[in-house]
Write a protein that binds this ligand. Sequence first.
Ligand SMILES: [Zn+2]
Length: 453
Amino acid sequence: MKVTRTMKQRLSARVYALMAGFLVLCTAFAGNAATIENVRVYPSPENTRVVFDLSAAARFSYFTLYDGGPLRVVLDLHDVENSIELSNVETESLLLRLIRPSAPPADNVTRVVFEVTDKTEAKVFSLEPKERYGHRIVVDLPGRSLIPEVQPARVIRTAETTEFRPVVVAIDAGHGGQDPGSIGPAGTFEKLVTLAVAQRLAAKINADPTMQAVLTRTGDYSLSLSQRARAIRQARADFFISIHADAFTSPQPRGASVWVLSRRRSDTELGRALENKERLSEELYELEPSLDRNNNDPNLARALLDMRRDDSMNDGSLAAELILSELGKVTNLHRRQPQGASFAVLSNIGTPSVLVEIGFISNPQKERLLRNANHQEKLATALYRGVRQHFIRHPIPGTLLANQSFQRHIVRSGESLSVLADRYSTTVDAIMEVNELTSTVLRVGQELQIPIT
Ligand SMILES: [Zn+2]
């Protein structure tokens, strides 16, 4: 949906760029004016971001018009030419009603008006070229812009859950919004694959009364590292799992891998490539550099972080092994052991964390698989089982999984896993995981252990 729109915009930007080139020739325009090559709009739950892609660096100024008439934010781009039909730029933001051109105060200025539905404290900053992006001017309009997709409903069984709580798992779909992550040879965006698997994993976890999932993002928008970290802290997550499907420079690497936070930088070529890739992605979030470094007491924060980090690193490694062994049942593994790397996304929180590469999107076969709903479901199931096993083997006191007990059940004629899951208030996946079943077919007389919470 958003992808096609962006591609359409890019295409039309190219057509406009051609036309602009033609006009420049015709009028023998001599100045060094930058041109607007594309306009991108990214609504997220708390903000609308508009990015102007420019052919060269440009100066800007802006102001708001909040007394009388429609609420407006006005941006002046100095020494900038525009040939893009701004009113055609689609916006799905609740906050940003319309982008339109307006009569400029001087010949060399392009004036852009943002009509907004609510007063907003606009912030504008410029960014230098980086990787696939050139010169950019970014307009942030804080305010409710997108209704987050509703997370799967929790089934709460009041009688049993009064004393013990579910294990909370924060799930992070890598990349998003203007940061597509890696792009497969057939054009698949990593950000969409990671979101699909994250949502399937969340649905599985939320169907299990002993666990609860929190997604860092529920749609196609970007989050800064600190926003991701905040989501995890607010959820009081017991575990953090970041999902990626990256590319490697050569198409050979195929399998999945699981990474845990390590203090040292990775000692493998692949590890270093991934570290650099994720760091670059962070810079691509188009975050205003100074905005995100507001920390009242960085030394205290660092000391606390170091104290907790050894434990959480340890727990991350234990979980990583279980997740790897489950992933190995549904996909080939790139490495059989958890890998260590110093990922920024994992280093800012004191929660046991893993980063899972569910496959290399740069491999054409893997790219096809990663788009496949069945395969996504298998991956999500493997992740769910790995995390669940971790919290059974290394229980957190006070959680339902720490008090998990089992009931023996002999399968009778006509019983299926879903019938049993319903009867015992558990899930098909949980029964399969406990009994290490690889198929949902049961035979009469088969003995099963049913998890009871
Ligand atoms: Zn990634």
